[in-house]
Design a protein around this ligand. Structure first.
Ligand code: FUB
Ligand code: ZN
Length: 653
């Protein structure tokens, strides 16, 4: 099984990613802290126009102060508001690892102390239930999110301890694990159920990986086994609360067990269903546990879920979740472009799942998806200023429809400053802030390093050092200088979008290098030099004919970037442009400076359809076409210049 290379062994100096890592450190992290601490200068929006939550403030840090008895007050915000703080803390951990900063560390240490102060003696921590609803502790696993929050807490504390050696972080985490062990498990008197929102499993596995505390692994296995064992578990919980005169507080969804991804036991799952983030956090933990217990049934379920998502339910941007109803997966091939969900967190969860399954059975396919999500569906989750965020990431917006049709109420055309349900912004920060984890992966048993992504960087791991030099994504070449004390195998991913790749190793040239696979070479490396050159032509893409939403449409990709057209760059309404596959393949890249910096635009010689229209419907239309240039930009950069119509899938013609 492959191992992640510790983050402090990978230094990234890639221009593209360094921009984001610096923005996260200098802008996103301080900004998010100010929001969590109730900055008055932030406008908090509901994620859906149809929702009317109170939106004055985040209150996330204040909730901990109240729980710790440091201030008076009530809990405010979403039931899982604590997790915003935890994800922020995890982002800080990664940032400090790459760029030590004593002031930021002091702020984060104080947050850890605050969490420790709020944690009760028995290890429990959830400010909502401590402050507002003590009666309902662990009585509404269907929507209480207590273990979801504690899972994020464990992930954050593990990362923070790894980065700073803060011992309070480790103690709080250990108390949480010990506490969960006293409450959940198969033994009599313990709760035989799991949280409606998977996440605790990942936190427990990561805690086990750090401490080797078997209890944590056993608990993760328990939560994965008990889920779906009694499909009526959550309904029974609700019925009991009702009988006992307690509030039910249920989310209204038609198929509760499916929405909660507890319709069957994980090992029996064969497709991605239900709430997309729930499904994919669960899948990530299923894959991650296989690293430790080699459970072949669980691995087979992971593979089945993977095949279903990656081959039938994933947008070209790496977005997932086709409906706002339950923020969920729908049927195979159902990928509407304008009413989809594509929550930033769901793409993040997909990347996590992909990496955990990759490490079991390394194949370029998994890295392709990670790359697709990173450069497209996850990156679009934040504005280039680092302080505005998308929750849902559409592939098409038209202002007149968005504003008037409530079914599009969740689709925003500009990124808000914050949300009442703020899961995505700190998730973005922790994920992109640790992007270097995906560049290389080690297989220690086989003295092998996988070189997954092109990005200027350096690793020093055991007795091998690799320096990757490239201007990618701007240039078309990558070189590696490699030194090792003993023989090593390097597996270099040649991405599916490369053409004419050529590799030279210490002067020996390898033509005919196949893409979509790893190029493999073994030797003792002695300041050896590997050079790769390749072409990144503009590619036209057609979706499978079963994807009705993309029928007679084409998308555009260059390198890992999916492109989109924005109205601000084009004179005619976007829906009137017609392109052929050949037009796209003949298109040229033309980097241009605009208000958001130098952007690698693509210009396509297209046509505009002019029809003499007679009102709403024109009978026997005679279409005429005039030549026009269609300008497109990488999808991640859209919606940074005001509120614009946008299309990823263009009309063919
Ligand atoms: O329920 C917690 C988080 O809020 C989910 O992961 C997101 O989808 C959002 O619903
Ligand atoms: Zn989210």
């Amino acid at each position: 099984m492959l191992k992640e290379i510790p983050l402090d062994k990978v230094q990234i100096s890639d221009k593209f990613w360094s921009f984001y890592i610096d923005t996260i450190k200098n802008k996103t992290i301080p900004y998010q802290y100010s929001v969590l601490d109730n900055s008055p200068f932030v406008n908090i929006e509901n994620e859906n126009k149809k929702d009317y939550f109170d939106n004055e403030k985040s209150n996330a840090l204040e909730n901990f102060r109240v729980a710790a008895g440091k201030t008076d007050g009530n809990h405010y915000g979403m039931i899982f508001q604590d997790s915003d703080v935890y994800k922020w803390l995890e982002a800080v951990a990664y940032s400090l690892q790459a760029n030590p900063d004593s002031k930021l560390q002091e702020t984060a240490d104080n947050v850890v102390d605050l969490i420790a102060a709020a944690q009760t003696d028995d290890g429990y921590i959830d400010t909502y239930f401590q402050v507002k609803e003590p009666r309902l502790k662990y009585r509404m696993l269907y929507s209480g999110h207590e273990l979801y929050c504690m899972g994020h807490l464990l992930e954050a504390l593990v990362a923070y301890y790894q980065s700073t050696k803060n011992t309070t972080a480790l103690k709080v985490a250990q108390k949480v694990v010990n506490h969960i062990d006293t409450v959940f498990g198969y033994e009599d008197g313990k709760i035989h159920g799991s949280d409606g929102h998977p996440e605790i499993e990942l936190g427990l596995i990561k805690f086990y990986e750090l401490t080797k505390d078997k209890k944590a692994l056993k608990l993760a296995e328990f939560f994965l086994d008990i889920r779906g064992k009694n499909v009526d578990f959550y309904a029974e919980e609700m019925a009991k609360n009702k009988k006992d005169g307690l509030p039910i507080k249920m989310i209204k969804v038609p198929h509760l067990e499916t929405y909660l991804v507890a319709h069957k036991q994980p090992k029996d799952m064969t497709e991605a269903v239900g709430h997309a983030v729930r499904m994919l956090y669960l899948a990530a933990s299923m894959a991650r546990i296989v690293h430790h217990n080699n459970d072949s049934e669980m691995y087979a379920a992971c593979k089945a879920i993977w095949d279903n998502v990656a081959h039938k339910k994933m947008y070209i941007t790496g977005g997932v979740g086709s409906t706002t109803d339950g923020e969920a997966f729908t049927g195979d091939w159902d990928l509407p472009n304008d009413i989809m969900y594509c929550e930033t967190c769901a793409s993040i969860a997909l990347a996590y799942f992909a990496y955990d399954i990759f490490k079991i059975s390394p194949d370029t396919e998994y890295i392709d998806v990670i790359e697709r999500t990173l450069y497209n569906g996850i990156l679009s989750g934040a504005a280039l200023d680092g302080i505005h965020f998308f929750y849902v990431n559409p592939l098409e917006v038209h202002g007149n429809i968005n504003d008037a049709n409530p079914d599009h109420g969740h689709v925003k055309r500009v990124r808000p400053q914050w949300y009442s349900c703020a899961c995505c912004p700190p998730n973005f920060a922790r994920t992109i802030g640790s992007v270097q984890r995906y560049i290389y992966t080690a297989d220690k048993e086989n003295q092998t390093v996988y070189l997954n992504l092109f990005a200027k960087s350096r690793i020093e791991c055991d007795d091998i050092t690799i320096v990757q030099n490239t201007d990618f994504p701007n240039g078309n070449s990558v070189s590696y200088t490699v030194s090792s004390d003993s023989p090593y195998t390097l597996k270099i991913r040649i991405p599916y979008w490369c053409r004419n790749a050529k590799i030279t190793v210490d002067g020996e040239t390898f033509d005919n290098v196949k893409n979509s696979r790893y190029f493999e070479i073994s030797k003792k490396w002695n300041s050896s030099k590997i050079t790769i050159t390749f072409d990144t032509p503009v590619m036209s893409i057609k979706a499978n004919s079963k994807v009705i939403a993309d029928a007679n449409r084409l998308a555009v990709q260059c390198g890992p970037f999916v492109y989109c057209a924005e109205q601000i760059d084009n004179d005619s309404p976007l829906s009137l442009y017609r392109v052929s596959a050949q037009d796209i393949q003949n298109a040229v890249l033309c980097a241009e400076s605009c208000s958001i910096g130098k952007i690698p635009f693509i210009k396509i010689n297209a046509r505009i359809e002019n029809t003499q229209e007679s009102g709403l419907y024109t009978y026997n239309p005679q279409a005429e076409y005039t030549a026009a240039t269609l300008k497109m930009l990488p999808y991640y950069a859209w919606a940074n210049r005001g509120s614009e119509d946008m299309m990823v899938w263009l009309h063919q013609g």
